[in-house]
Design a binder for this molecule. Structure first.
Ligand SMILES: [Zn+2]
Length: 475
């Protein structure tokens, strides 16, 4: 079925090809076509995804594509229909003019007059190990390249490839090949489920998924390793099911000791995204300081900021509300929006205490009526327990691992947190926290330690996702 390699398409044959594609494009225009297609070329029901490599303000007018295996133009509007072999070529130049995408060879001979959105320039051996390189970032990718013309006349450059080939280039960026095999396999299943359920994330830009943490980190072929490729192959087609549907398997680097209920971070409550005590989680500490002026740059509508305090906690002890008081009003940030507004790489998690400000940190009110849960979950009243507040240190014993229940909810305290008051300042606030990421679903740092301790990938997934099944895509 595959066309013989080495044929050339220059001269008259190139013109014939041009006509073929023009007709084919016209015929397929009405068909629409999603970015989620199923192969009809003997490859079975293979799932494909489209990944935005260059888009938005980085969109381009021109892109060169190189391949050692030649190219194959494939129409994706109705399965994977191979329409035009260009196997004798090693370099194609794609340009957009007046909204029309043309493809020419390295001699400047036009091969395709109107590529459109539904035709993909695939590597000549895209079902095997063929790769191609794009000039926009000089990275190598499996599968093929498609383009999307933006309103400003420039093109988004999009990698179109099978789901598992995509995952080959995801795992290293998300977890790293040196980690234990079962952790990598858990990551592969989570990443596959996430990709399959976020196909519409960038629909308006003409692709499914982006290459950074907004979706999943993806670097193409240069990030493939034998270990990560094996983890994808050994879990091929396996995804996470809940209540009869495939669900997005959210994951994060470090939970800080307790994962989050989905509704405590975002808005919707999902039955499989319940908070679990994350016993394996290694400690990850962070601090972030903001002056009043810096806060006023981030929250601009309440005048000069003069105070900030935590005004609400989730059941598992993480912060759910941060209130800022300014000369022109008061503003309360909720849940993950706290991190989005203040900067999620600075405020690394919602599990933090706050020092500075007017003492709005309610540590003192908590201490007044403390009920202490120790590490075994036992409750005891302890009159001698004192808690650090913004105004000073009144520690009596190690609080490591203790959860303190106060009138506004339980709080998990750890030794590292109580050091925060030392950083109190009259010029602003200092946040001292544990964990990195939204803390919903699987904690990657824990998954690695669990795998080292003998857990298999399904056990790890069941630990972090409540009442799920790990099963095949087409079960
Ligand atoms: Zn994205």
């Amino acid at each position: 079925m595959r066309t013989t390699k080495g044929m050339t398409m220059k001269g008259r044959r190139g013109i014939a090809a041009l006509l073929t594609v023009a007709l084919m494009v016209a015929a397929s225009m009405a068909a629409g076509g999603g970015s989620f297609a199923y192969g009809a070329d003997g490859s079975g029901d293979m799932t494909y995804v489209s990944v935005g490599l260059v888009y938005g303000t980085s969109a381009v007018e021109r892109c060169e594509i190189k391949s050692d295996d030649g190219f194959q133009i494939v129409n994706i509007s109705d399965g994977m229909e191979e329409t035009l072999p260009l196997l004798g070529y090693d370099r194609l130049i794609v340009e957009v003019t007046n909204g029309i995408i043309t493809v020419s060879d390295s001699d400047g001979v036009t091969l395709i007059t109107d590529l459109g959105d539904d035709n993909v320039i695939m590597n000549g051996d895209y079902l095997g190990d063929g790769t191609l390189t794009v000039s926009v970032n000089n990275r190598a990718y499996r599968g093929g390249i498609k383009f999307f013309v933006r309103d400003n006349g420039l093109m988004n450059v999009i990698n179109y490839l099978s789901l598992d080939h995509y995952l080959y280039g995801v795992l290293q960026g998300e977890m790293g090949h040196q980690n234990p095999e079962e952790a990598l396999k858990a990551q592969a299943v989570a990443a596959r489920s996430y990709a399959m359920t976020n196909i519409s994330s960038h629909k308006s830009e003409g692709f499914s998924l982006c290459t950074n943490t907004h979706c999943q980190m993806y670097y193409g072929v240069s990030y493939e390793h034998p270990e990560t490729v094996a983890a994808v192959d050994e879990t091929s087609e396996l995804v996470i099911w809940y209540n009869g549907r495939i669900v997005p398997a959210y994951y994060h680097k470090n939970s800080g000791g307790y994962t989050q209920n989905s509704e405590d971070v975002w808005n919707s409550k999902e039955g499989y995204l319940r908070a679990v005590k994350d016993e394996y989680c290694p400690e990850y500490n962070w601090t972030a300081s903001f002056t009043w002026d810096q806060l006023a740059e981030k929250v601009t509508d309440i005048g000069r900021i003069k105070d900030a305090y935590i005004s609400g906690w989730a059941d598992n002890g993480s912060v759910s509300e941060l209130t800022l008081e300014g000369t022109g009003g008061t503003k309360t940030l909720s849940k993950e929006n706290i991190r989005m507004v203040l900067g999620s790489s600075k405020v690394k998690s919602l599990r933090f205490t706050l020092a500075g400000g007017s003492g709005g940190d309610t540590s003192e009110t908590v201490a007044a009526s403390a009920v202490v849960l120790n590490g075994d979950g036992k409750t005891e009243h302890r009159e001698d327990v004192a808690i650090l507040s913004a105004s000073g240190s009144r520690t009596v014993s190690s609080l490591d691992g203790l959860t303190v229940l106060g009138s506004s909810g339980p709080r998990l305290l750890q030794d590292t947190v109580k050091q925060s008051s030392a950083a109190a300042t009259g010029d602003g606030i200092t946040l001292t926290g544990l964990g990195y990421g939204h803390s919903v679903g699987m904690c990657q740092d824990s998954a690695i330690l669990m795998a080292q301790d003998g857990w298999d990938f399904e056990e790890i997934l069941h630990y972090f996702y409540t009442d799920i099944d790990v099963d095949y895509v087409s079960r």
